[in-house]
Design a protein around this ligand. Structure first.
Ligand code: BES
Ligand code: ZN
Length: 650
């Protein structure tokens, strides 16, 4: 049902949005055909408190970008032409913008349109209201916004050559999720509003733009002295947070006929070798939950300042180089971002309060891919690590924030980016799977992706779907406790934590070292996988008080030397070790900390370390201040935004 009505009645809205043609689902035997010209059934728009748009009145259906990347000025400038449909009689359309220089708004013929921007909110940015002649029934119009981004656009990071692997060319990349696309594209920036899009990107000829879309044509065209224009097209309607760009000295190597890796030339061999399992993962994912609907699946391995582990930009996952560990030990990140091609990119959280529908489903699906490719034991270890993290999160968050359906009123959607959406969300689906059986659960989930493809999903419509197609008896309803999982804090009583047999000896070794003060030489480190090592380093005494030590300086030194932690190259392990070191004010690890924090900007690593340093008062704060002054210029706005709140701006 339509929950939020504007000027028009629900009935008029459904009529105006037109009939719903049936989705065509390619069979399993036509794997690489992208689905184009996707039919749009009427969308139930729900109020998104993080967008100014009123799609129930007027909505953007297509975005056509024509932008020039100026690395000197650090701006993208040009035009966004927006196709708009609206309710009959509607005479304005509201867009989201933040920190943009708007030069003009015109109609398709170039005639100026009146527009105004609303009050500026630090999180939401501004509304951009464009006044247009009243829409006739069924009419579709084009408006053109000429604009430029600012050098400090929060979605964009402009890297100097020194911040890249090659050291010779600058680099630009974007990060749209959750509400940053409005800092580089003036459109309706809500995950509930899908738009097809295309782009013409002009960049210096020695750089190559890549986007989360199909590349059109084989090469670029000359666009002026030293400038080349490249074209892209995304025929599937996507929420704007999935529009993404990277521009740099990047090269490509195929993995199989539909997967491959983009990265700087000096990184290409290592990145390709690490990501070879990607091809099999796509095959496995399709066998589980239906055809991959996006044509190619490539991965762009970014410079180290990329603020996330990965970002599921359609057709082109963006990934941190910290997953290039040399032994394929961190490829579950690829399984995760790939899984988003269904959970997130096909079926999308309608608002950020429904974020668990993206991330919880994805963590569940990720684990199923890992199980299919690497076996049950590895999958259980990963689940177990997830449960460990979730327990810490449950202990640290206010209970209201441990519900799956979030209340983000007045808050940045970033605040919902916790293990609750990811791990409690996945635990919920694992619980349903355990109770109804894998076969029935898989059949439902595959159907859920098909029925809701290219559509926004709310928690309430998820409940409707699962109650219609899977949970049809009172007995099952009672067993599953779905409302408790979604609307109550904590873990419901039907939760059964994962048990990994492989972790039993790891836990014993951890107790022997950490609690019983045994020697590091007794830790069978070299025989362990990365997941076993992570488990070991995550060990904490059950009764650990805030700020208390659990290791002596001698133990820390023994651990550091015994496990060769100064030479460790796996970023997950370095991070886990540095957490221990900082919490014990272990001075000898400060050089390792300094290297780690100044050579990589992944927020998941950077923010907890600065937070721990800050908690260590007179010891940690001067170190934090010194290292942040050094590191901050290299970080993406997503990371500085979070760390500024802890350490302050240097
Ligand atoms: N979509 C997220 C990243 C994200 C979430 C960006 C919310 C901005 C706002 C991505 O799929 C993700 O979850 N990345 C994780 C890695 C994953 C393996 C858990 C990350 O970056 O750590
Ligand atoms: Zn994710």
């Amino acid at each position: 049902m339509i929950r939020q009505l504007g000027l028009v009645s629900a009935l008029a809205l459904v009529t105006a949005l037109g009939g719903c043609a049936a989705m065509t689902t390619p069979g399993a035997d036509m794997p690489v055909t992208p689905v184009t010209g996707t039919a749009t059934a009427p969308v139930d728009y729900v109020r998104d408190i993080h967008s100014h748009a009123r799609p129930e009145i007027a909505r953007v259906t297509h975005v056509s970008l024509d932008l020039t990347a100026d690395f000197e000025a650090q701006t993208l400038s040009g035009a966004a032409a927006l196709d708009v449909t609206a309710e009959p009689g509607a005479d304005q359309i509201i867009l989201d913008v933040r920190n943009l220089d708007i030069q003009s708004v015109t109609d398709a013929a170039g005639a100026p349109l009146r527009f105004e921007t609303g009050a500026s909110d630090p999180i939401l940015g501004q509304s951009l209201t464009v006044h247009v002649p009243a829409f006739a029934p069924g009419e579709r119009r084009r408006i053109v916004v000429r604009y430029a981004t600012r050098p400090d656009a929060a979605a964009l990071q402009w890297l100097t050559p020194a911040q890249t692997a090659g050291g010779e060319q600058p680099y630009l990349f974007s990060q749209g999720q959750a509400i940053l696309t409005r800092t580089w594209i003036p459109t309706q920036d809500s995950p509930g509003i899908r738009q097809t899009w295309d782009a013409r990107i002009v960049a210096p000829s020695d750089l190559k733009p890549v986007m989360s879309a199909e590349a059109v044509g084989d090469g670029g065209e000359l666009a002026g002295p030293g400038l080349t224009a490249w074209r892209f097209n995304e025929p599937n309607p996507v929420p704007p947070y999935l529009i993404a760009i990277g521009v740099g000295d990047v090269a490509f190597q195929a993995i199989d006929e539909r997967t491959g890796v983009w990265t700087e030339p000096s990184m290409l061999h290592a990145a390709h070798d690490e990501l070879v399992p990607t091809a099999e993962m796509v095959d496995v994912a399709e066998r589980l939950y239906g055809p991959y609907r996006w044509g190619r699946y490539d991965i762009l391995v970014l410079p180290p300042s990329f603020p996330f582990g990965g970002m599921e930009n359609p057709r082109l996952t963006f990934a941190t180089p910290t997953i290039i560990a040399g032994d394929r030990s961190l490829v579950s990140l690829v399984a995760h971002e790939l899984a988003h091609s269904w959970s997130g990119n096909l079926v999308t959280n309608a608002t950020w309060a429904d974020f668990w529908l993206n991330e919880g489903f994805t963590v569940y699906f990720e684990n199923r891919i890992m199980e299919a490719v690497y076996g049950r034991e590895r999958a259980l270890m990963l689940q177990s690590l997830g449960w460990g993290g979730l327990q810490d999160t449950l202990a640290s968050l206010p209970p209201a924030d441990t519900r799956l359906k979030l209340d983000l009123a007045g808050r940045d959607p970033d605040e919902g980016m916790t293990d609750i959406a990811y791990e409690k969300g996945a635990a919920f689906l694992t619980t349903i799977e355990r109770i109804v059986g894998r076969e029935r659960f898989d059949a439902w989930l595959k159907g859920y992706f098909e029925r809701n493809a290219f559509r926004p999903m709310t928690t309430e419509r998820f409940l409707e779907d699962i109650r219609t197609h899977l949970v049809t008896t009172k007995a099952l309803e009672d067993q599953l406790m779905m409302d408790a999982w979604i609307y109550q804090p904590g873990m419901p009583s039907n939760w059964r934590p994962p048990v990994s047999d492989a972790f039993v000896p790891v836990d014993a070794a951890a107790r022997a070292f950490f609690a019983d003060k045994g020697p590091a030489s007794a830790i069978p480190w070299s025989g362990w996988s990365t997941q076993e090592r992570q488990r070991f380093l995550a060990w904490r005494p059950a009764d650990l008080a805030d700020g208390a030590d659990w290791l002596t300086p001698a133990q820390l030194a023994d651990l550091e030397a015994g496990l060769k932690l100064r030479e460790e190259g796996n970023a997950e392990l370095v991070h886990a070790w540095l957490q221990i070191a900082v919490q014990h004010r272990y001075q000898p690890a400060v050089p390792t900390l300094e290297t780690f924090l100044t050579t990589m900007g992944r927020r998941k690593f950077v923010l907890p370390l600065f937070t721990s340093l800050w908690a260590e008062g007179d010891w940690g704060r001067p170190i934090a201040t010194r290292l942040y002054a050094q590191a901050r210029p290299g970080y993406h706005p997503v990371t500085t935004g979070s760390v500024d709140a802890v350490v302050g701006r240097p």
